[in-house]
Design a protein around this ligand. Structure first.
Ligand code: GDP
Length: 312
């Protein structure tokens, strides 16, 4: 892989940038990276031209419209449309222009809201989805099915990784669009600077979530690209979850915010629990490395050194 042209679609995002770091550290020499302005993946003709010209041998499909519970609730059309367009354009062009292998990134929210925990890959489509992010989930399920269908009908080597909630450097720290962990880092940091009494935490604090550092995910993606070729999706997680209240306490401690955590029950909780069963990935010889504690601390360091730029 190191001497082959590799497209990392979405290389400026949380996941794509981590995959680029991991590939460069591993010796990759021909990364194909395009900003959205250079290549709009929602536009089929542009994607077609790009693949015809550059013919990447490997594709990491990390481009997607992503966001937290509020962004998902308020922009259902964009979450459905953009993700369907991006993945359809890229998977089809990759197959038709001779890509040897493609890795598609999904999400743990594809699994039914009340499926038994930890969530195995086999519980896909066995029950209703969590309504706060069903538009995104439906698009991701379609992407997974497209990879399976292209493998069955055309013999295209497309594999699917289903990560749990991710965090790390390069995350979205906006208060309305982000996921919970970066939102809490920012809220606690700003509250500390302003000597505020309290930080508002959405929901009841009881939902449980599993968090994986994005550098661990990137390492898993490269491992799967090298060692896995099958139609079954592979969960990628940390293996343990925490309640949102516990997470808020960990973030407050790492940031040094000593005020009150105030839970706002008028905001949605989302799905009650979302812990992945990762035994399939473990059997493939991969394990995560970065503890939640260490990951929160290093992400907070990253945030502090970029806070000024992020606020602009
Ligand atoms: P989800 O995993 O798809 O539900 O996405 P999120 O990361 O956005 O939310 C996870 C949980 O954290 C939900 O129960 C939210 O209500 C809760 N939460 C608490 N405070 C915040 C916050 O400031 N931002 C976000 N996005 N979620 C929060």
């Amino acid at each position: 892989m190191d001497d082959s042209p590799i497209l990392v679609a979405g290389h400026q995002g949380l996941v794509g940038s981590a995959i680029v770091r991991r590939l460069l550290a591993g010796g990759a020499r021909q990364l194909l990276l395009r900003t959205r302005r250079e290549l709009d993946l929602c536009r089929q003709a542009e994607v077609e031209r790009f693949f015809a010209e550059h013919r990447p041998h490997y594709v990491f499909l990390a481009a997607a419209k992503v966001g937290g519970i509020e962004a998902n609730r308020s922009q259902p059309a964009q979450f459905l449309r953009d993700n369907l367009q991006i993945q359809t354009n890229v998977i089809d062009a990759a197959y038709r222009h001779g890509t040897r292998k493609l890795l598609f990134l999904g999400s743990s929210c594809i699994y039914p809201r009340l499926a038994p925990q930890p969530l195995t890959e086999d519980c896909l489509l066995t029950g209703p989805l969590e309504p706060t992010n069903e538009w995104y989930a439906i698009a991701k399920i379609a992407g997974l099915k497209m990879c399976q269908a292209y493998r069955r009908e055309f013999g295209f080597d497309a594999i699917c990784a289903m990560p749990t909630n991710l965090y790390g450097p390069g995350d979205n720290f906006s208060l309305t669009g982000s996921h919970v962990l970066p939102a809490l880092i920012r809220k606690c940091h700003e509250a500390k600077l302003q000597h505020a009494e309290a930080v508002e935490v959405w929901g009841t604090g009881t939902p449980r979530r599993e968090f994986l550092h994005v550098d661990d995910l990137a390492d898993a993606c490269v491992h799967l690209m090298r060692h896995y070729s099958d139609e079954a999706p592979i969960n990628v997680g940390w293996g343990k979850d925490v309640s949102i209240a516990e997470l808020a306490r960990m973030v407050a401690a790492a940031v040094g915010f000593e005020g009150e955590l105030r839970f706002d029950g008028t905001k949605p909780d989302g799905t009650p629990r979302k812990l992945l069963d990762t035994s399939r990935l473990t059997r493939l010889g991969w394990q995560p490395n970065i503890t939640l504690q260490a990951g929160i601390e290093s992400t907070y360091d990253w945030y502090r050194s970029h806070a000024q730029a992020l606020r602009r």
